[in-house]
Design a protein around this ligand. Structure first.
Ligand code: ATP
Length: 235
């Protein structure tokens, strides 16, 4: 197993945000975490990337992640593309992308990964010297995903990559995410657009009030009447 989570709990002060969450991700698997606002999706991703502390089992490639700081987790192969993108708007596209590779010293592989980001998102090649603040929201999301890829992840954490993005770019971004998965990178993607997420993921977990309410094969969940009514808005 690539990632194993058992009985994970996390809180903000006294407020419990995740309760007894268990999930697994196999190498190269594409898993999506669905659920309404405030269900705990972002909190779960933050616990995995150690931006937030938690209790319970959190193990990556057989070793516990507890005790690791966020930058050490990147070095182990987990890269997080956070909610709100967290880019440096006054730096160029290239500088933002290269910040994702700051721990690496394999210059040839870094150059290859940059080329791969540009072929996934060709518009970024055209805008490479432009300040990120001048890009559209969708293009900024591409930079954020590209920066996470520059860390050479074996597990990519994506937090709501389609939020607030125009329909056409959203399609391009989901298409690129599918290509990333096809290249062998495992993905854990939090997403509110359940219909789009279930179309491209292998499996899904549905969080409600901080616990796993449903889980299963993405295609089966998208045909489940209960899930369709509550999360997909279709009868
Ligand atoms: P969204 O789609 O709105 O981002 P989410 O499913 O990602 O929702 P989280 O952001 O993980 O949900 O929030 C889970 C719970 O933790 C919510 O009740 C939220 O109000 C609370 N929470 C999140 N961040 C903080 C914080 N910094 N301080 C206090 N409570 C927080």
């Amino acid at each position: 197993m690539l990632l194993e989570i058992e009985q994970l709990n996390a809180s903000y002060g006294k407020a419990l945000a995740l309760e007894n969450v268990s999930m697994r991700i196999a190498p190269g698997e594409f898993v999506t975490v669905l659920g309404p606002n405030g269900a705990g999706k972002s909190t779960l991703l933050k616990c995995i990337s150690r931006m937030m502390t938690s209790s319970g089992t959190l193990s990556f490639e057989g070793s516990s992640l507890h005790g690791f700081a966020a930058h050490q987790v990147v070095g182990r192969g987990i890269c997080h593309c956070p909610e709100g993108r967290r880019l440096f708007p006054e730096l160029t596209v290239l500088k933002n992308l290269m910040l994702g590779a700051y721990l690496r010293d394999d210059a040839d592989a870094v150059a290859r990964d940059l080329e791969r980001v540009y072929s996934l998102f060709p518009i970024l090649r055209d805008r490479t010297s432009q300040m990120v603040s001048t890009l559209s929201g969708g293009q900024q999301q591409m930079v954020a995903i590209g920066r996470a890829l520059m860390g050479a992840p074996r597990l990519l954490l994506l937090d709501e990559p389609s939020v607030g993005i125009a329909h056409r770019l959203k399609h391009e971004i989901f298409d690129a995410i599918r290509q990333i998965r096809d290249s062998g990178v495992a993905i854990l993607m939090a997403e509110q657009d359940a219909l789009s997420a279930l179309r491209i993921a292998d499996r899904a977990y549905v969080l409600e009030h901080g616990h796993v309410a449903h889980s299963g094969n993405a295609e089966e969940l998208s045909r489940d009447d209960h899930i369709r009514q509550i999360y997909l808005g279709v009868a």
